[in-house]
Write a protein that binds this ligand. Sequence first.
Ligand SMILES: [Cu+2]
Length: 267
Amino acid sequence: MALALAIIVALITIVSVVLFHVHHWWLPENIARNGAAFHNQFMLTMAVTGLFFVAAQLSLAYFLWRYKDRGDARKARYTHGNNTLEKIWTSVGAVLFIGMNLLGYRLWAQARFVGASPGALRIEVWAEQFQYWFRYASPDGSGHFCETNVHLMDDATGNPLGMNLSNPACQKNVVTDTLGVPVNRQVELLLRSKDVIHSFFVRELRLQQDIVPGMVIPIHFTATKVGTYEIVCTQLCGLGHYKMRAFMKVMTEPDFEKWLKQQAAEQ
Ligand SMILES: [Cu+2]
């Protein structure tokens, strides 16, 4: 029985490693300019934690087999543990944990604490239970995001963000349910939430950021490949969380301008 259990534990370990290694269910292609660095950081974490996973599981299998009941009357021996070993693996864990944190921190800060470049396209992302809205200042790049008012918010009348539609600045703003962005140009997203905490995630951008009510959180990226990509919410935000998603359309600059004008004309 113990031998069978040891074999099962070892098999599960080996199959898991093979599944991760063949990359069949894996992240899709990276389309962000700085995505490769995030990807490498992620892979490093996977490799280091994977190594410990394999070592721990195989040791478990070994001990299952080594100390199985052999029918003889061996007496159990009391042990108080080994302080030196405890110190070693606690230190190794601490060094690895803090070291990988420091390595990843620079990368993380680059996307968040370093501002977007002056030419970046600013788009507001509004999350609500259970959908995303996107707001552009105007179709021609002029104008600004007008003030919103919670008392004017009304999804039924097509004013989900609560804009004062008699305000000329608001009339210029364009609100869409698809995130259209130009290819090879930096985009700065200003993340806002109308209700609870959501999380903006696009796998192909290797970009994920929580959206917190009461805060405007800026993040930036540059998409390098034309196409349509899924935006999901990765924070369990309520009963309809599973269906909270939108699409990001990466277009050439002329296509993007045409698309935004079309969106403006439709509202
Ligand atoms: Cu959500």
